[in-house]
Ligand binder design. Structure first.
Ligand code: BGC
Length: 799
């Protein structure tokens, strides 16, 4: 249940625990820890997981007669471990007691996880347990857990155990369990002083050292209690136990403060030394809480979207989405060498890999704190050489970025994946999604549009962009007969189609999305060379060996790329799509109920989606998501294809009927493309997209990690689709279109260094300039433009 600024769970439900752990994850963009119970170890109900952004390790496994290698975001030592027992009895576990009450609350405003429960044990003793937990938003290496134990009807000896456990493995995803999962080897354990323990481990291939230090203090009725401690050490594990007497009605509070460092961190001498130092310097829980809460207050000031709506649940889930976005990508991320992990730092699905999903995440960041986008784009820049090597190995010039990316930027897509329905290992061809390259170029351009950050564009963005353009120009082949260029043997975003039904080789020809995106990249690449300072453009021409003939080829391809159509104006998802069979949607719904993952269902039946007109997710419709109709119209015109206004609704209707939404990104895109033509339907799709994680609408996969792209996409729907913001040319354009359910929308924006406040109702658009770096900002509404000066407000009627 959600209320106000909180996600609240009443009662303990073992079946829901995995989901709650993912949704109650606390993080700060540097690391995150799932909302697991501190007394629990990984078992069928619980999965404590701690992940540091960018901390990967590779392991090889023999499966299906071959050896496959996978790189995973590593589950790091569990720092949460804290449990207790009374008078030498059983260690506390929710399974061993009678729960009298149980409540868990995620406070989104303060970034706090609260747990409050009462229980009666076998001896009839009644105890209350309340805890508060935080992962510090301003001091990214610190986290804290405060637990208060109240003796309601007993007096006796309370014993507490506080541990750091590095014996953990990556076991958070059922489907990966056949794969090797032991990434950590123990290095060192020890005590620091009376109060603190220390653990150091290392990932066994990438050799990243990880150090944790934990200081545990005990307070009796608010006073620090001096206690004797007993330490247990095993390879990869260290625990401290201590006890004190508690009187009936009395309380003991245990405060555990931890520091976490790795050898990848900046400004460290040795990670163990830093962890020790940090824990010694850290204040108590209350001190940390104060600065942590303040950091969250600042974040919310910048990022919050106020939505006046009777749909309170929707408003709250949007806040949950923003919360998790900011926990995965925050100010602390800016300076790290990390990308946008598709499943957050909240679980192990997709192994913490980085896909094209940043395309859905950056628009949210670009208009709020573009510095974060910049840091994340630099992750791509640092892997440009690897992308160049991949292009060369495939016989192309330029840079070919991988579909899935991890530590060094090589292709991390798995070669085989397990279909849990059939138990078969199936070839995975998703690396053929070359469109990820277009997404990276698009993101560079959008970042520049929102910021005008010429330094970034000159020294990082342009080089990536031009290398990607070179790649597309190399991949496109000329078809003499048609006098058109083609892109053959790729996959579009729709992962149900990886080849032609009876072909020996995977890959599809002329995927419309890929071809149009390649054209867009080539057009912008030509423009980019004009926009860059002349000396920098010359340097890049020299460095990338870009000649006049290259530019001529770009220009040619951008005018003659092939797009295939069928049924009088339907853009074919790929060449040959028209010849595929229609799918028996109703029959399969009746037979299976949930048919999100038709690929798995059909494979288990010995069939393949390649035979049918079925899409996992928006593919052609991505074009209407990414481009305004004017921009898309201009691209089609350049290509010499007719693009009537009706093209859009006609294509939307066609593909919407043939899409299963097997990817969480899909509903976001569909909602977006319907936002203007069919507001009630768009709202319904948005509400479904809002259900994906909080209600785990996708058959429980949220327990393995949130869907960051879809989360960001829903927020961006409100931020950009409802306001119609477009950062094209030198005008900040608006075209508001609120859903019926939203009465008023207020949000702050950062646009090219200017700080704006926006208020939209069904009647008016109000833009206020709070801070301007330029003399004025040019605002556009319909065909009119207005100059908005600092501290001025413009109010425009929308009728
Ligand atoms: C989707 C991809 C997406 C990936 C990671 C897949 O299910 O089909 O488009 O990039 O998940 O979120």
């Amino acid at each position: 249940m959600t209320r106000g600024w909180s996600l609240i769970y009443e009662g303990f439900d073992p079946d829901q625990e995995g989901l709650r752990e993912a949704l109650c994850t606390l993080g700060n963009g540097y690391f995150a820890t799932r909302g697991a119970a501190p007394e629990a170890q990984a078992d069928v109900v619980h999965y404590p997981g701690t992940y540091v952004a960018g901390c990967y390790n590779r392991l090889a496994t023999r499966v299906a007669g071959g050896v496959i290698e996978n790189e995973d975001l590593v589950n790091l030592p569990n720092w949460l471990l804290l449990t207790f027992r009374l008078d030498g009895g059983e260690w506390f576990s929710v399974n061993a007691v009678e729960l009298l009450s149980y409540r868990q609350e995620l406070d989104l405003g303060k970034g706090l996880l609260l747990r409050d429960l009462r229980f009666r044990d076998r001896e009839g003793r009644e105890t209350r347990l309340s805890s508060r937990r935080l992962v510090h938003m301003r001091q990214p290496h610190l986290a804290a857990l405060e637990t208060t134990i109240s003796a309601e009807n007993w007096s006796g000896r309370l014993e507490v155990r506080s541990a750091l456990d590095g014996r953990v493995v990556n076991a958070g995803v059922e489907r990966y369990r056949e794969l090797n999962n032991k990434h950590l080897e123990p290095l060192e354990t020890g005590t620091l002083d009376e109060e603190a323990i220390f653990l150091k481990v290392q990932t066994n291939r990438s050799e990243i050292r990880v150090a944790q230090a934990a200081r545990t203090r005990l307070f009796r009725d608010g006073e620090l209690a001096g206690v004797e401690r007993h330490t247990t050490e095993e390879p990869g594990y260290i625990a401290q136990e201590f006890g004190l007497d508690v009187e009936e009605g009395g309380q003991a509070t245990v405060e555990k403060i931890i520091a976490l460092y790795t050898s990848r961190d900046h400004a460290v001498s040795e990670c163990g030394h830093e962890a020790r130092k940090a824990v010694a310097r850290a204040g108590g829980f209350e001190d940390l809480l104060e600065s942590h809460t303040e950091a969250w207050e600042h974040l919310w000031r910048r990022f919050n979207i106020e939505m006046e709506t009777p749909a309170e649940q929707a408003a709250l889930v949007l806040r949950v989405h923003m919360f998790h976005l900011l926990q995965t990508l925050s100010l602390n991320t800016m300076d790290l060498d990390v990308g946008v992990p598709a499943r957050g730092l909240h679980g192990e699905a997709y192994r913490g890999h980085i896909f094209w999903d940043e395309l859905f995440v950056f628009p949210f960041l670009n208009l709020r704190m573009p510095e974060i986008t910049r840091g994340l784009l630099e992750y791509r820049y640092r892997r440009l050489d690897e992308a160049r090597a991949a292009a060369r190995a495939a016989g192309y010039r330029g840079a070919m970025y991988p579909w899935q990316s991890g530590s060094d930027g090589r292709e991390e897509s798995q070669k085989l994946h397990l279909n849990p329905l059939s138990g078969r290992w199936v070839a995975d061809n998703s690396h053929l999604q070359r469109h990820v390259n277009a997404a990276i170029a698009y993101n560079v351009w959008q970042y520049y549009q929102a910021t005008r950050d010429m330094e970034f564009l000159s020294f990082y963005g342009a080089e990536m962009f031009l290398e990607i353009a070179l790649f597309w120009a190399g991949v496109a082949t000329y078809n003499n007969e048609l006098d058109r260029y083609e892109i053959l043997g790729v996959m579009g975003p729709d992962e149900y189609h990886d080849g032609y039904p009876d072909a020996n080789e995977p890959g599809l020809d002329n995927n419309a999305y890929t071809n149009v995106m390649a054209v867009w990249v080539l057009c912008r690449a030509l423009e980019l060379l004009e926009v860059l300072p002349a000396d920098r453009a010359d340097e890049l021409r020299d460095a990338l060996d870009l000649g006049a003939e290259d530019l001529e080829r770009w220009s040619q391809i951008s005018r003659k790329m092939r797009i295939v159509f069928h049924d009088d104006g339907i853009i074919s998802q790929f060449e040959g799509y028209d010849g595929l069979e229609e799918f028996d949607w109703q029959g399969y719904r009746d037979k299976y109920g949930d048919i999100h993952r038709l690929d798995r269902i059909l494979e288990a039946e010995g069939d393949t989606p390649n035979r049918y007109k079925v899409s996992k997710q928006a593919d052609v419709l991505m074009l209407f998501y990414l481009f305004s109709s004017e921009e898309l119209g201009a691209l089609f015109k350049r290509l010499g294809y007719a693009f009537e206004y009706e093209t859009i609704p006609k294509n939307i209707e066609y593909y919407i009927q043939r899409t299963s939404h097997g990817s969480t990104l899909s509903q976001v895109v569909h909602s977006w493309v319907l936002a203007r033509s069919d507001r009630p339907r768009a709202w319904r799709l948005l509400t479904r997209a809002l259900e994906v994680d909080v209600n785990s609408a996708q058959k429980g996969t949220t327990a393995e990690g949130i869907h960051l792209g879809a989360m960001a996409g829903t927020v961006d729907l409100i931020q950009r689709a409802c306001t119609g913001i477009e950062t094209r040319g030198d005008v900040l354009r608006f075209n508001p279109c609120l859903p019926e359910e939203v009465r008023r929308l207020r949000l702050g924006l950062h646009y090219r260094g200017n700080s704006l406040d926006l208020e939209v109702t069904h009647e008016t658009l109000k833009v206020a300039a709070l801070r301007c770096v330029a003399e004025s900002v040019t605002i556009g509404l319909k065909d009119e433009t207005y100059a908005l000066k600092a501290l001025e407000t413009i109010e425009l009627p929308l009728s």
